[in-house]
Design a protein around this ligand. Structure first.
Ligand code: ADP
Length: 259
């Protein structure tokens, strides 16, 4: 694929890729990567041709969540062959690195790695490419929004104030970079006791909905704290690949995204 036409400036399209959706968050640990992998799998189950790019350079978790560990090949020494898992074409910087070594890279190296991931991976024809961003508002987000034509961004947050505060910064960044915010996803919204059915709002209640209303952006979904989601992610088979309420919830969000 050739993302850059010679002489062109501004955000470039990725050849063969219809839309690119970035999944971001203000804080780490709110479930951004979990949501990204599950949305990718759900979109694939809905019959879309889906790619998943793990651009979380500092903490790539998609190889584990999608259950892939093979190092991608490069038969011609230029293009990188992506991997396939759960119906999704995927690539992660984590697959090119030693998983036990910390990444200590400067800005220009990061940009090079990101451009390589987007431009040199043989994505093929895709309806949707989901990009799992690093948390926060750093160089990766900036470069991606400025150089690549994004259809829009989805921001994941828990209802907790500290998470929302940072989510607001991420949303402001997308606005500044003129990347449309397609909506918010509230993760870990609620805990339902499997024994007695009691509902507990462990991280607070209503904050993400209020934020979405303030921004006039849709609340794309609210996902509870769910043991199966965590176990499935750790086991490399996202919960959206199975049956049950969580898979249904992700399928519903996916349908809304591509409706
Ligand atoms: P981030 O990408 O925002 O850093 P992750 O997706 O890596 O967050 O999630 C952090 C941890 O929380 C992971 O162990 C993941 O399995 C777990 N997790 C995410 N969402 C949920 C959820 N809805 N219920 C239970 N555990 C979750």
């Amino acid at each position: 694929p050739t993302p850059q036409a010679p002489g062109q400036t501004g955000p470039q399209r990725v050849a063969g890729v219809d839309r690119i959706l970035a999944v971001g968050s203000g804080k780490g640990g709110v479930g951004k990567s979990t949501v990204a992998s599950n949305l990718a799998v759900a979109l694939a189950r809905e019959g879309r041709r889906v790619g998943l790019l793990d651009a979380d350079i500092y903490g790539p978790s998609q190889p584990r969540m999608m259950g892939v560990s093979k190092r991608p090949g490069s038969p011609d020494g230029k293009t990188i062959e992506p991997l396939r898992a759960h119906g999704v074409t995927m690539m992660s910087i984590g697959l090119m690195l030693d998983p036990d070594k910390a990444v200590v890279w400067r800005g220009p190296m990061l940009m090079g790695a990101l451009q390589q991931l987007i431009g040199q991976v043989a994505w093929g024809e895709l309806d949707v490419l989901i990009v799992d961003l690093p948390p926060g508002t750093g160089d990766i987000q900036l470069t991606l929004c400025q150089r690549t034509h994004l259809t829009g961004a989805i921001v994941v947050s828990t209802p907790q104030d500290v998470a929302l505060l940072d989510a607001r910064k991420a949303i402001d960044m997308f606005h500044t970079l003129k990347t449309p915010v397609l909506g918010l996803i509230e993760n870990m919204s609620l805990y339902i006791c499997p024994e007695c059915g009691h509902e507990a709002h462990i991280f607070g209640h209503g904050g993400v909905r209020d934020e979405a209303a303030r921004l006039d952006a849709p609340l794309l979904g609210s996902l509870p704290i769910d043991l199966e989601t965590r176990l499935a992610g750790d086991a490399g088979t996202p919960v959206a690949a199975g049956e049950g309420a969580m898979a249904e919830a992700y399928l519903k969000i996916a349908r809304g995204l591509v409706a």
